[in-house]
Design a binder for this molecule. Structure first.
Ligand code: ADP
Ligand code: TRP
Length: 320
């Protein structure tokens, strides 16, 4: 069974990425052959500066390894190290209807948020389908925001298979339900593209001030509060065991407990939670040659698998 997922290097990985994808993907390393990659071509769709793109590719590589990605069991690589994937994207473009892409929420959301829609942003799901199909992936662990992209991938795979023969595996997403969409500090989906994140690894002062700026309603210190409508509580629940969750719930209900108190508890617990990972990250940061070598070797392995699929694809469509 092949398991595959990707992350864009468009900013520092954040706790939405961690609980939505990185942690579940790392846990799957024991269940099958895992392929994880840095989706650098996808990041280009939102026009980062070349300096930022370069910087975040390295940050994502170090962060993912610090979060438990084990290069002995997992093929870890950069999307752009596999040129076959852009070749397949073109071929898939030619079996993808424009209407299918026009219905994509993530495209519509980005346009609504003011991104100027280039053609790359529009055909983003086709590149993603190529990422998944080229490695004949069975399972794709992702956050809930990616569900529709997986539906589009299946649609494209089925269209291709019914036109040219059974070349592709039709994949399934795996979504961890209780962490499906993690809110950012403004209450919308936490996303590197929306500048509303809490990074996994960052300076203590910065993380604290981001947590302190999480948006809440305007209830005063003594008012009873509703934990189920509160972003601070939603984030705290990711880190806390059921006993601590219950305690915070009671504090919300009884009043005399302000959002500032809850934010302080959230900061302390999250800082402690990521402590061991932070120490691992420091070691990696001091050995960037090792990190680069893992990515290079991963690229070689990924290219070999991609080329096998492409031989079948080229033959099937009549290019060879
Ligand atoms: P971002 O939106 O921050 O740029 P990516 O698009 O690179 O993140 O997503 C990498 C993975 O992290 C995907 O599987 C995505 O579903 C997951 N993810 C991103 N943001 C969240 C979130 N707020 N809640 C849950 N999962 C998320
Ligand atoms: N679109 C994904 C995201 O924003 C990143 C991604 C690119 C991906 N290609 C992929 C995820 C293939 C899973 C499989 O989160």
């Amino acid at each position: 069974m092949r398991i595959l997922s990707g992350i864009q290097p468009s900013g520092l990985p954040h706790i939405g990425n961690y609980f939505g994808m990185m942690k579940p993907a790392v846990a799957l390393q024991e269940k099958g052959e895992v392929f994880l990659f840095i989706a650098d071509y996808h990041s280009l769709t939102t026009s980062p500066s070349p300096e930022d793109l370069k910087k975040y590719i390295q940050e994502v590589a170090v962060d993912f390894l610090a979060c438990g990605l084990d290069p002995k069991n997992t093929v870890f690589f950069r999307q752009s190290d596999v040129p076959q994937v852009t070749e397949l994207t073109w071929i898939l473009n030619c079996v993808t209807s424009v209407g299918l892409l026009e219905r994509a929420h993530s495209y519509k959301d980005k346009v609504a948020k003011g991104f100027v829609p280039n053609n790359g942003l529009f055909s983003y799901p086709v590149l993603m389908a190529a990422d998944i199909l080229i490695y004949r992936s069975n399972i794709v662990p992702v956050g809930k925001d990616q569900k529709q992209h997986l539906e589009i991938t299946r649609d494209i795979a089925q269209r291709f298979n019914s036109t040219y023969g059974e070349i592709f595996v039709v994949p399934d997403e795996q979504i961890t339900e209780n962490v499906a969409v993690i809110p950012g500090i403004d209450g919308q989906k936490m996303s590197k593209s929306y500048n509303n994140t809490i990074p996994i690894f960052g300076k203590e002062k910065d993380i604290k001030s981001r947590i302190m700026s999480i948006v809440t309603d305007s209830k005063g210190l003594n008012d009873p509060k509703d934990p189920d409508k509160c972003n601070v509580f939603a984030l705290y629940s990711l880190f806390a065991d059921s006993h601590h969750q219950k305690k915070m719930r009671e504090n919300y209900h009884k009043g005399g407990y302000g959002y500032g108190h809850a934010k302080k508890e959230l900061f302390e617990l999250s800082w402690e939670y990521f402590g061991p990972l932070r120490r691992r990250r420091e070691e990696l940061q001091n050995d960037l040659g090792y990190v680069q070598e893992i990515i290079r070797e991963g690229g070689e392995k990924a290219r070999a698998v991609a080329e096998l699929t492409m031989c079948d694809v080229r033959k099937a469509v009549g290019i060879r």
